[in-house]
Write a protein that binds this ligand. Structure first.
Ligand SMILES: CC(C)(COP(=O)(O)OP(=O)(O)OC[C@H]1O[C@@H](n2cnc3c(N)ncnc32)[C@H](O)[C@@H]1OP(=O)(O)O)[C@@H](O)C(=O)NCCC(=O)NCCS
Length: 309
């Protein structure tokens, strides 16, 4: 390791290299502001980066967030990455171990990519997990079309125009941990659009956020709805709310494969099914205790680096 050094909470410049590399080689979707967001929204946050010694040239990275709750702390591990030319030299594992030493005996979660999920379970104890994958579906925006004649039983509103306590209560039906502070900061991020869908009685039946992320893409993160009809209204209104949405290249959804309404939703918004490409992407893994969520309502999970739903 003498040609390299590990920095804890390095500069924004280092983070921007992580976003650039992970976008280019893994198709990960982040915003440049996410480092600041994680650092302020969570109770503690560590970004560990290996750089070429004496420089800020990125070699590898991993991040760790601590989110305190009534059930104690929950740690989440994200951004585990090594620049391709440095892979396979044992540079990634020590920083992964470094953050697992901080986790100690507390519960921790991560979204393990297909190639690594088994390794995280075997070597680091992330073995509490469902037997299904989360799929990633990317939709070509040039092939998108907004459907007509959607259900009139639902309407959407900006998140700032609904009863915020009711929105928080809805969110607790999706994520059992209290994340009001985290999600409020998330909704307030730049280039981030959030809408809430309500039924005719005014009851909240879903909400969704679409973020403009690097490489001219959109990311649905999160997108929750009680029914497919509510999801259709929400997606239509969310997309129409993004200025010049047609200029973006793709929009991505990351969802539990057991929610078969997600392909149905996406197919209603494209000219042909070929516009959608889908593949298994991650597994939601925990070390001590699996935290369940209502998969049938999850059309896309939120921040895939540091949330589990
Ligand atoms: C995963 C990654 C960060 C590992 O970095 P690295 O510096 O090459 O890892 P190391 O050389 O320290 O190896 C760590 C261990 O992971 C294993 N490993 C690394 N990449 C692997 C892969 N693609 N598939 C399976 N195992 C892999 C190594 O064999 C090694 O296991 P060992 O200790 O039993 O020998 C790197 O391959 C990478 O950036 N991959 C693309 C991004 C990614 O998928 N990140 C994981 C997100 S959940």
């Amino acid at each position: 390791m003498n040609k390299y050094e590990a920095l804890v909470n390095p500069s924004q410049n280092v983070f921007e290299q992580i976003v650039k590399f992970t976008g280019e080689t893994e198709d990960w979707a982040f915003q440049l502001n996410d480092y600041k967001f994680w650092s302020t929204a969570f109770d503690r946050f560590w970004l560990v980066a290996v750089v070429e010694k004496g420089t800020e040239n990125l070699v590898a990275s991993v991040s760790l967030a601590r989110w305190d709750g009534e059930d104690g702390p929950l740690y989440s591990v994200g951004m585990f990455y090594c620049v391709p030319q440095y892979r396979g030299r044992g540079l990634g594992k020590p920083i992964f171990q470094q953050i697992m030493d901080i986790v100690g005996d507390d519960n921790a979660t991560l979204t393990g990519v297909v190639k690594m999920a088994h390794k995280y379970a075997k070597d680091f104890g992330f073995d509490k997990m469902p037997d299904f994958w989360h799929l990633f579906s990317g939709v070509k925006i040039s092939e998108m079309t907004i459907p007509e004649n959607l259900s009139e039983q639902f309407l959407s509103k900006a998140w700032t125009d609904v009863d915020y306590d009711a929105l928080t209560t809805y969110d607790r039906t999706i994520c059992t941990r209290d994340r009001k502070r985290i999600m409020t900061a998330w909704f307030n991020l730049q280039e981030t659009f959030t809408k809430v869908v309500l039924d005719q009685s005014g009851k909240i039946v879903g909400y969704g956020t679409i973020r403009i992320v690097t490489r001219n893409k959109l990311s649905a993160a999160p997108f929750y709805a009680d029914t497919l009809e509510a999801a259709e209204v929400l997606l239509k209104d969310l997309i129409n709310n993004i200025p010049n949405w047609q200029q973006y290249e793709k929009i991505g959804f990351l969802y539990p494969e057991i929610n078969s309404d997600v392909p149905r939703l996406l197919e209603r918004f494209v000219k042909s099914k070929e516009a959608i490409s889908t593949a298994p992407f991650i597994k939601s893994q925990f070390t001590k205790r699996f935290i369940a969520s209502p998969n049938e309502k999850v059309y896309s999970m939120s921040d895939c680096a540091h949330q589990f739903v």
